[in-house]
Ligand binder design. Structure first.
Ligand code: ADP
Ligand code: MG
Length: 590
């Protein structure tokens, strides 16, 4: 083919692909515009997960009649004038691409009125072409309605997921912005039902409660102001970094990193290093494999930050990433140490047993190295002493002592004896734990063993389930699944992880899909772990299964090797430990 310049509408559709991936991208861009317009009230309405209908209405500054069409041109923006301005961006938008891109792949109705105009403008666009324009009465502000997303891009439309999935993505974006802008009141309506509302009280804790519930919201710790106390947004001294927000106390934790939400200059970012800085601050304070809940806002002078990395990706580049990393870690750590009391119940034997039980026995030894200061009913960890905990020590997994099998109880529990007492082990939970760590380790080495089915088996699923399995295809194949779409909501199973070779493939798939559907992976958590948990649940020995002495011994040996032997992958205990002292106390010997 000869070289030629693409027709305008083709070029627009290609450009749109960069910005608009799915309904939630539209919500993100429109909400960002509302925030940039200074709105205090943003109402988002979606139908069919946003596939059919999205409306974002705000009470922001609006667009004057003379500029309404301009807003839909490519590279048209009111937020940037010169290339130099790129270095000092304080708005969420600046590319002038969103409205043009959204309009190119949908039917848009844009109703806007600038505060100082007597009347508003209504503009209708079809695939980017203006098809109607008229005056319109509405209160100052803007309402953008986006219908039939990708009606003219069948290839994209085909890649949209089930309504439920698209809806979750919309929810995720809206809660992020609600957290980042507590002064703005956000309302989300799905298919006519209000599903979320933030109060707009300008208090982050109120939003936390709206998003995560009263218990988590009330328990969260306010991040302590650092060396640089918060100032108003735009007057940050050069190379200063401000860290604010909330973190969970060590007593509250989650099974994945999905509850760590990070913002940089009001922009949600997905930054593995910053998330790591947060978890690092909890070093030794959380049981293995557990993660905090955190909402951390980083502010730094705009010139220390490059936000122009990718049109839609939640990515920024720092001039000095190390400095930001350390600032976050320090702020969170200091907050934990100064603000997080360790409650101690009054019990014979003093604080130690309770502390140890609460934080997991594996921390017992480490804690013994810390100086503990009694403070009324509470103990506070000394800041310096925690810093001396060497990382190697702290990362030492909490292995089990050697255990001797005494016998099996009710074909469900293994009775074992250790150096300091009796252990009652739930065989199913323990086996799940062992398989889970093994499977994830194999995945890490790309060494998961698959069992190819003699005859590929078609499994018909609910459309929801099928689309989720398709969406997470990569995670599934890294764990040993080989699935193919087989028309409609049917999946052709060619191979499964070898550890579930004995289980009905339909059962495995349904359970995995159910776990994914149940929102086991919110806000970007690890899909692989959610899948692995289900697989291992299927593969593990069941309660009621009689085990031979050798089988029980094998299981305990494997459990002793495990990094987190005391909980199953779902967070339930694998064992009950009765110490020699407890036994002596129960029998009235001491
Ligand atoms: P950008 O946000 O990068 O400037 P957009 O295409 O998203 O680009 O928007 C183009 C312009 O339209 C914005 O710069 C702004 O002037 C105007 N605009 C868009 N949405 C709104 C809104 N909700 N309220 C006021 N003005 C808006
Ligand atoms: Mg924008």
């Amino acid at each position: 083919m000869p070289i030629r310049v693409l027709p305008e509408h083709v070029a627009s559709q290609i450009a749109a692909g960069e910005v608009v991936e799915r309904p939630s991208s539209v919500v993100k861009e429109l909400v960002e515009n509302s925030i940039d317009a200074g709105a205090r009230d943003v109402q988002v309405e979606a139908r069919a997960g946003g596939k059919r209908f999205i409306r974002v209405a705000d009470d922001g500054c609006g667009v004057p009649p003379a500029e309404a069409e301009l807003a839909f041109y490519h590279h048209s923006t009111s937020k940037l004038a010169t290339a130099d301005d790129l270095a000092h961006i304080i708005t969420l938008g600046f590319r002038g691409e969103a409205l043009a891109s959204i309009a190119a792949v949908s039917r848009v109705t844009f109703v806007t009125r600038a505060a100082d105009e007597p009347v508003g403008t209504l503009l209708r666009l079809d695939g980017g072409q203006v098809v109607a324009r008229q005056e319109s009465g509405r209160p100052p502000g803007t309402a953008v309605t986006v219908e039939d997303l990708f009606f003219n891009v069948p290839a994209r439309r085909k890649f949209l997921r089930a309504e439920q999935t698209e809806r979750r993505h919309v929810d995720a974006w809206l809660t992020r912005y609600a957290l980042a802008y507590p002064a703005v009141r956000f309302t989300l309506v799905h298919d006519g039902r209000t599903t979320f509302q933030s109060p707009g009280s300008d208090r982050l804790r109120d939003v936390l409660i709206a998003v995560y519930g009263l218990e988590a919201g009330a328990a969260a710790l306010d991040i302590l102001p650092g060396d640089q106390p918060p100032t108003s947004d735009l007057q940050l001294p050069t190379s200063s970094i401000q860290v604010t927000g909330f973190v969970s106390p060590p007593s509250m934790h989650r099974a994945n990193r999905g509850f760590i939400t990070l913002f940089v200059n009001g922009r949600w970012v997905q930054d593995a290093r910053l998330a790591y800085a947060v978890t690092q601050a909890y070093h030794t304070l959380l049981p293995a494999g557990r993660y905090p809940l955190a909402v951390v806002m980083v502010r730094l002078p705009p010139e220390d930050l490059d936000v122009n990395v990718h049109p839609a990706k939640a990515e920024v580049r720092f001039r000095d990433a190390d400095v930001v990393f350390r600032a976050v870690q320090k702020a969170v750590r200091r907050t934990l140490l100064e603000r997080s009391p360790v409650p101690v119940a009054a019990r014979p034997g003093g604080a130690w047993p309770v502390l140890a039980a609460q934080w997991g026995e594996e921390h017992h030894e480490r804690l013994a190295h810390l100086r503990l200061q009694p403070a009324g009913e509470q103990l506070r960890l000394d800041v310096e002493s925690l810093d001396v905990v060497a990382p190697e020590r702290a990362s030492e997994p909490g292995r089990l002592p050697l255990l001797r099998v005494v016998g099996q109880l009710s074909a469900t529990y293994i009775v074992a004896e250790g150096p300091v007492g009796l252990y009652l082990i739930d065989q199913h939970a323990a086996h799940e734990r062992v398989l889970f760590e093994r499977l994830l380790a194999e995945r890490e080495r790309a060494a998961v063993v698959s069992q190819v089915l003699l005859a590929p088996q078609p499994v018909e699923l609910a459309p929801e389930s099928a689309s989720l399995l398709e969406e997470y295809g990569e995670a599934l194949s890294s764990l040993g699944f080989h699935l193919e779409p087989f028309g409609g909501a049917t999946m052709l199973v060619r191979a499964v992880p070898a550890i579930v070779a004995q289980v009905d493939p339909r059962q495995v798939l349904e359970d995995v899909a159910a776990a994914l559907e149940a929102g086991d992976v919110p806000l970007g958590g690890r899909v692989e772990e959610a899948v692995a948990r289900q697989v291992c649940k299927q593969a593990a020995v069941k309660a009621g299964q009689v085990l031979s002495q050798a089988e029980m011994e094998d299981l305990l040996r494997a459990l002793e090797q495990s990094a987190s032997p005391r909980t199953c992958p779902h967070g339930r205990p694998t064992m009950i430990h009765l110490s020699v002292e407890q036994l002596a106390r129960e029998f009235g010997r001491i």
